[in-house]
Design a protein around this ligand. Structure first.
Ligand code: SF4
Length: 504
């Protein structure tokens, strides 16, 4: 970047944060190169704050550098700084340009918002979501429980998405039943995605990243809005149709099946949720995809994603520290690649994470999350690991998804019951069990599936905490009827030791 000349600061600075990479963000919208300069700060402290997957670290920095380049080409004066901390970068910028006003769009994190306030940065409301904090708070205000399904229907109605007048398109709000097909085992091919060739900026970023882990960046993740738009078109044309029925399926040889690969682009601001949702609805209206596929995908973006965002702000700062099931097991070394595993499903998903910094939602929830939940892994350790390991990770994403959804550490603020299951679910929804050393139907013995053993142990261990939850009464009654419960619990203790030692 060409160093801009110093001047006396009558023009404000717009500070663009690393997950706000879109010319239409609220702090830039309506501005021109004549009325502001733009600041980017790459923080060394942030880069060193976690053991980031190399593709995650590369994506954020490369996307920032590409967006800075794009604004520069549009005529903006851009100050792109590498600094020990964000605050230090801002201080140096203010000093060089004698800036009186610095404006930013509200950050996506609790700590980021506090920091900008401390530093005297003016903020404007974040426009990267369809439901603002205030709207979510108003929706939540008089409700006893904040169910995603209720929020999603409210979003669709008030925004008029996938609606026919006052009724949901296709006559129903929810097509989940059609969207739970087990994986096809006919060897079919799944939609290809474009790998974007690495350019000079990508290579420069790779060359200066600190040593990290995971497979090297290979152009899988869009680093510009143009690439992200390409990925969106590609998904709507070839992925959206098969996405619906197979969204919960898992295959060892297929890391994404028909999933969109759009979450990192949405979370960095390269795409906006309205354009993504509109593209999916347009494909349905044109008769190109069935309603269950369009609805299933729109549910993810308009429902789950916006709900997670709302729940984060509604429950922070206490949310990130919750541990209502009192779980304290350290992160299993198999997750970090420090140990191998004979659990075929876990080995497959961990390999996907290492290769792509990605695993799809069921792999995250029902394999990684389920194992962590039933083994009693510390929710904060799990949150930190997932945040650092996934290409779409952020605190607002991972706190509700891990602490709330996967590990039930919020005592049911998000999920009405824990997402705990034995090997039967994974056996039904994947092709992993056929080639596994363990048997999903067995709960005791050397070859018992660890998921099956730990599931029953989880219920027994947390019986008191779950007893008041009427949605758990059937499972708890089943656990109480087990004639071999003592044996199961003894095997669970062995499984946990092996999990800790990396010998499972
Ligand atoms: Fe996973 Fe158990 Fe199936 Fe093995 S048997 S793949 S550990 S669910």
């Amino acid at each position: 970047m060409v160093a801009p000349p110093a001047d006396t600061g009558s023009r404000p600075t717009v500070w663009v944060l690393g997950d706000q990479l879109n010319p239409d963000i609220a702090s830039l919208a309506g501005r021109s190169p004549a009325d502001c300069r733009v600041l980017f700060v790459e923080s060394r402290a942030k880069l060193e704050s976690k053991p980031w997957h190399v593709q995650r670290a590369h994506l954020v920095i490369s996307a920032m550098a590409h967006f800075a380049d794009e604004l520069n080409a549009r005529g903006y004066e851009v100050d792109y700084r590498r600094a020990p901390t964000l605050a230090e970068g801002l201080r140096a910028h203010r000093e060089q340009f004698d800036v009186r006003r610095v404006i930013a769009m509200e950050p996506m994190s609790w700590d980021g918002r506090a920091m900008l306030s401390r530093l005297g940065v003016e903020t404007v409301a974040n426009n990267q979501f369809l439901c603002s904090h205030e709207e979510f708070a108003a929706w939540a205000a008089d409700r006893r429980s904040l169910r995603m399904e209720d929020f999603y229907r409210w979003q669709r109605s008030r925004l008029g998405i996938l609606m026919d007048g006052g009724e949901p398109a296709g006559g129903r709000w929810n097509f989940d039943v059609e969207n739970r097909e087990p994986p096809p085992t006919d060897g079919r091919s799944w939609p290809e995605i474009t790998r974007f060739p690495l350019d000079a900026i990508d290579r420069e970023v790779i060359g200066r990243l600190p040593e990290s882990w995971g497979n090297a960046p290979d152009g899988t993740w869009p680093v510009t809005r143009r690439q992200a738009r390409h990925r969106l078109r590609e998904f709507v044309e070839s992925g959206l149709g098969p996405f619906g029925p197979h969204e919960d399926a898992m295959l060892a040889a297929e890391w994404k099946l028909a999933h969109s690969g759009l979450s990192s682009s949405l979370n960095l601001g390269l795409l906006t949720p309205d354009e993504v949702v509109e593209a999916a609805e347009a494909a349905y209206r044109a008769g190109a995809v069935p309603i269950n596929s369009a609805e299933g995908f729109i549910r993810q973006v308009l429902g789950w994603r916006e709900y997670v965002w709302g729940m984060y702000w509604h429950n922070m700062p206490a949310y990130r520290d919750l541990n209502r099931l009192d779980a304290h097991r350290p992160l299993p070394p198999v997750f970090t690649g420090e140990a191998p595993t004979q659990m075929a499903c876990v080995a497959s998903v961990v390999a996907h994470v290492h290769e792509h910094a990605y695993a799809h939602h069921i792999e995250r929830l029902m394999v990684l999350g389920n194992l962590a939940l039933t083994a009693g892994v510390d929710p904060q350790a799990m949150t930190r690991w997932m945040w650092a390991s996934f290409v779409d990770g952020a605190e607002w994403v991972m706190v509700p998804n891990v602490i709330g959804m996967a590990l039930h550490a919020d005592a049911g603020l998000m999920a009405t019951k824990p997402y705990a299951s034995g090997g039967a679910y994974i056996n039904r929804m994947s092709d992993h069990c056929a080639g596994c050393r363990y048997n999903p139907r067995k709960r005791t013995g050397e070859d018992a599936c660890p998921f099956t053993t730990l599931y029953w142990d989880f219920l027994a261990r947390n019986e008191e905490a779950l007893a008041a939850n009427h949605r758990m009464s059937r499972q708890l009654a089943g656990m109480r009827r087990l004639s071999d419960l003592d044996e199961v619990r003894a095997r669970a203790a062995e499984v946990c030791v092996a999990l800790d030692n990396g010998t499972l």
